[in-house]
Design a protein around this ligand. Structure first.
Ligand code: ST9
Ligand code: ZN
Ligand code: ZN
Length: 335
């Protein structure tokens, strides 16, 4: 249950909804579930975020805030992004490498700073996205358009296929991870402190920024931009770009998204080889600082069993299903 909905829905309401789903026949369910049920609380929250983020930009460009506040916002965004990419995504959702507890703790704290739901919920949605990509069971099904896959999916109730088919996804590995389960239990208290209060407090305390400047820039603007950069992976990288590895799937390789989403825009590759800890074919740090962090942690033994894909396997896949945009395509076809 998401943080916004948790406050809204009682157990009784939930049971009533479940019973209704079980009692209705498939055809009726299908029709009913296509009706969008807007969650106004989330809509208003996103409207506030965007108005306040624009005000944060105004404060920055008019020189009313200190430069350090903006730089701190950037650093905070990068750190929290690591919690999402190296943590929730590559470690917990895909098990692309293993991590000792200090690294898992660090990544869980960073992921909490990012407020993209707790790790358990994030991973469940993401595993469901991979298993049922671009179907009604995909929480951010890109076939429902850019707006839905970008932000709209967080403003409506999920399609019933997400619950029904999503139930088949195994989450037992996360249930065995005490750090993940502790974060889940304490999320409603710790997340607001780490995502909003802490970044608003630091600039005030350390370089005398005003509390409002700090709030609008380091908390709200930083958070809103991070969300959009993340959402581009679900929207843009399922719409625009090349398909060097598999032309038959919706996911694309998109360099702009890779830069904005710190290495997660090589999405055609990632959907074909989701177990690769680089989430990309190349270990190029400039468009993939998440890989740099994992490699750095591996050097000190904190990350281990890093999984990747052999060049031969990639080459064969390019030749078999690629769209011809990979430099190896021609060569692979000739041999
Ligand atoms: C956010 C997430 O932004 C972004 C994810 C992006 C992923 C991108 C991946 C790409 C790689 C990473 C790139 C990173 C780049 C970083 C760069 C940064 C610079 N399976 O959800 P509920 C069941 S979050 C199975 O409430 P509703 C389950 O029983 C933004 N079952 O559904 C659940 O109960 P519980 C901030 C599932 O009522 C129950 O249904 N957060 C599944 O339809 C109810 O679940 C928000 O805005 C499933 N997949 O509500 C929160 N899902 O949990 C917004 C559900 O108790 N969310 N169930 O087990 C909400 O308010 C609601 O979820 C809702 C749907 C209104 C959207
Ligand atoms: Zn993934
Ligand atoms: Zn995807």
């Amino acid at each position: 249950m998401s943080i916004f909905m948790q406050a809204m829905e009682t157990d009784t309401e939930k049971k009533f909804l479940n019973r209704n789903l079980q009692n209705t026949n498939g055809f009726q369910r299908k029709n009913r579930d296509y009706e969008w049920q807007v969650v106004w609380r989330n809509v208003f929250a996103f409207i506030y975020l965007h108005i306040a983020a624009f005000y944060g930009i105004f404060l920055m460009v008019t020189g009313k805030a200190k430069l350090w506040t903006a730089l701190f916002g950037l650093l905070f965004a990068l750190l929290s992004a690591m919690g999402v990419t190296a943590g929730a995504h590559r470690l917990w959702a895909h098990r692309a490498y293993k991590a000792k507890w200090p690294l898992r703790l660090f990544l869980a704290i960073m992921q909490t700073m990012a407020f993209q739901n707790h790790i358990y919920e994030w991973v469940r949605d993401h595993r469901v996205h991979h298993k049922f990509t671009e179907t009604d069971a995909d929480p951010h099904n890109a076939k429902r358009g850019f707006f839905f896959s970008h932000i709209g999916w967080l403003m409506v109730r999920k399609h019933k296929d997400v619950f029904e088919k999503g139930a088949s996804v195994d989450m037992s590995d996360l249930e065995k991870d005490p750090i993940v389960m502790f974060q889940k239990k304490t999320y409603l208290v710790v997340m607001p402190l780490l995502c909003f209060v802490l970044p608003a407090y630091i600039p005030v305390y350390f370089w005398g920024e005003s509390a409002w400047n700090s709030w609008y820039i380091a908390s709200i603007l930083r958070y809103t931009i991070s969300l959009h950069f993340t959402w581009l992976v679900n929207s843009a990288a399922h719409i625009w770009g090349n398909k060097p590895y598999d032309k038959n799937i919706g996911a694309t390789d998109n360099k702009m998204v890779a830069i904005f989403a710190v290495g997660e825009g090589w999405h055609n590759y990632h959907h074909v080889f989701p177990w690769d800890y680089k989430a990309a074919e190349l270990g190029n740090y400039s468009t993939n600082i998440s890989t740099a962090l994992i490699d750095f942690a591996a050097k000190y033994g904190l990350a281990y069993d890093l999984k990747t894909v052999s060049a031969d396997m990639i080459r064969k896949r390019i030749a078999r299903t690629g769209d011809g945009s990979h430099p190896w395509s021609k060569q692979a076809l000739e041999t």
